[in-house]
Design a protein around this ligand. Structure first.
Ligand code: NAP
Length: 310
């Protein structure tokens, strides 16, 4: 049955940022709940191997998520399932509503909903989702052992996940719409040394094709020569950037014109008691390390804010 629950702090999203805020705030003796529509860890669960998080030479995303969760909850922070549909500013309290019908009343809210993966929006993408179209190499890569794959994109995600897929697939072709990669140089160097990874530049995917069973290929367009082509593949992994998960906050007037949350460097939005951290905010760098840093600042600022109410 729907209930009204009271906490000092509601953290919306239990990725690396949200987990860190929950740890700091609960260590400061505040009552904290993290609300998430999925398992804790956020995008960590879609990341095979992390090599740029301080303290670890290499760590698997889901393993790091579990450790962070245990760290966050050891001081009493709770986790609850639910998709937040609305946040209302009531002055000294905030009202948070979920699709489960639950209502949370909190003194402070920390938005840590992160970003979602953009879609290509081409014919066949929705039709073959789960039948060869994927957005998560860690989740689905094992279905493509010994097969030929395409990856779309030219950023860190496309190259990193393309590299991961070479451990399973026969060959991975990365289709890059421009004439160069945007990924960090270290990843590009690693990719250049991998015989199973090939880059095809100036190439957009215009359609994903298949039969009743699964994906069989992609139709392509060369952005330089104007030529159209076709490439047989057994699966396609799409990594073409991200969008902010901010729909439930659209009414608050705290978003920029692209939908990211605007904050100051203490993670405060323009509404007292509403903070935002990590990938969801307007920020020059979206990394685990930056989300964790934001989360620590917000944990401290939330404590100061709530103390000032008393
Ligand atoms: P991203 O950096 O925004 O790159 C998106 C890529 O997709 C770009 O190459 C872009 O091409 C391409 N693209 C966009 N729309 C396309 C379309 N319709 N068709 C074909 N290609 C398209 O996104 P990301 O790689 O997902 O990374 C997101 C953030 O997470 C970044 O800040 C990244 O640094 C971070 N990240 C970091 C790591 C790491 O540190 N190891 C790993 C993963 C992600 P153009 O260049 O032509 O625009």
């Amino acid at each position: 049955m729907a209930e009204e629950k009271h906490y000092d702090v509601v953290v919306i999203g239990a990725g690396p940022g949200g987990l860190t805020t929950a740890m700091y705030a609960s260590r400061a003796n505040l009552s904290v709940v993290m609300l998430d529509r999925g398992i804790y860890g956020g995008n960590l669960n879609n990341t095979a191997t992390i090599e740029n998080y301080t303290g670890f030479k290499s760590v698997k995303g889901p393993d790091l998520a579990k450790d962070m969760y245990e760290g966050a909850t050891q001081f009493g922070a709770e986790y609850a399932y639910g998709t937040v549909t609305k946040v209302e500013d009531q002055g000294a309290t905030k009202k948070i509503t979920t699709d489960m019908g639950d209502t949370y009343i909190a003194k402070a809210v920390v938005i840590a909903t992160g970003s979602g993966q953009r879609h290509l929006d081409v014919p066949g993408e929705d039709e073959f989702a789960g039948r060869g179209v994927s957005y998560c190499a860690v989740c689905d890569g094992a279905f493509f052992k010994g097969l030929n794959l395409a990856v779309v994109g030219g950023g860190d995600s496309a190259v990193e996940e393309g590299l991961y897929l070479t451990q399973l697939a026969k060959k991975v072709t990365v289709l890059v719409r421009g004439d160069h990669l945007r990924a960090q140089p270290m990843l590009q160097d690693e990719a250049a040394q991998n015989d199973k990874l090939e880059f095809v530049y100036n190439t957009s995917v215009t359609e994903i094709t298949g039969d009743d069973v699964k994906v069989r290929g992609v139709k392509t367009h060369n952005n330089q020569t104007g030529e159209d082509g076709e490439m047989p593949v057994d699966g396609i992994f799409i990594y073409v950037g991200s969008y902010p998960m901010t729909a439930p906050f659209a009414n608050l007037g705290i978003l920029d014109d692209q939908g990211w949350v605007k904050t100051d460097n203490e993670m405060k939005t323009s509404i007292p008691g509403i903070f935002a951290i990590g990938d969801v905010r307007e920020t020059p760098l979206r990394q685990i390390a930056t989300a964790v840093g934001d989360g620590a600042i917000a944990g401290q600022q939330v404590y100061k804010y709530i103390s000032s109410l008393n």
